[in-house]
Design a protein around this ligand. Structure first.
Ligand code: GLN
Length: 217
């Protein structure tokens, strides 16, 4: 399926003022600890989500990298899948990195498990093949607004093969493959900013949380 061309959009995010926002970080499997640390460093409170009760009062959710099959399966087993899907569909800001992007995607080639399926993208798991299992590269991300390339770490990464009309592409590889996108309240990255010191995407996400909390959604 071919990708339609996307218009780039100006950066409309201001630095986060999310002082006391509680951000839930799904902590069933994967690199949730790094996300929690990054959110805390930015001055917001990150709490691990392991049970449906942990979803109460959160102003945003992060789905970490890890194994999308395992995360999806645990989401069902722990009774989080339905409630979280409902919350994101109703506007709760959600950010997914790598496996998290797969879990949020409406359709994921290679994922044989029910998942959140809330974002209008089709992704392919482990899309770069064995030869290039992991790699890192510099990405241009106009939405970050400062013109500074982002050092992106890819680990058995997916990419976005197709997207619906409401999806804005935020970054592509030189060959055109889409590796970061946003749709309304959802932000997905095929790579792992949480494994670097670059917190600009987490800041962008906290900006989305600010808007959600102030009722703009
Ligand atoms: N390959 C993993 C999956 O399909 C994702 C890898 C990652 O999150 N770094 O879920």
């Amino acid at each position: 399926m071919g990708l339609r061309p996307f218009a780039s959009s100006p950066n409309d995010e201001s630095p986060s003022e999310t002082g006391q926002a509680k951000i839930g970080v799904l902590a069933l499997q994967g690199d949730f600890k790094e996300h929690i640390e990054m959110i805390n460093r930015l001055g917001a409170e990150a709490i691990p989500v392991r049970l449906p009760v942990d979803l109460e009062g959160i102003a945003g959710v992060i789905i970490p990298g890890g194994e999308s099959t395992t995360i999806s399966s645990l989401l069902s087993q722990f009774g989080i899948l339905g409630p979280l899907r409902e919350m994101i569909t109703s506007g709760l800001p959600a950010m997914g990195t790598c496996a998290g992007m797969i879990v949020l995607a409406r359709s994921a080639v290679g994922l044989d498990h029910d998942s959140l399926k809330v974002m209008d993208i089709e992704v392919r798991r482990n899309a770069f093949g064995r030869q290039v299992d992991s790699f890192d590269t510099e990405l241009d991300v106009p939405a970050l607004g400062d013109g500074v390339p982002l050092h992106a770490v890819f680990i058995r990464a997916p990419f976005i093969e197709a997207a619906g009309p409401g999806v804005e592409v935020l970054a592509t590889l030189p060959d055109g493959r889409v590796v970061a996108a946003r749709e309304r309240n959802m932000l997905v990255l095929a790579f792992h900013p949480e494994l670097t010191n670059d917190s600009r995407f987490h800041k962008l996400f906290l900006g989305m949380v600010d808007k959600y909390r102030s009722g703009e959604k």
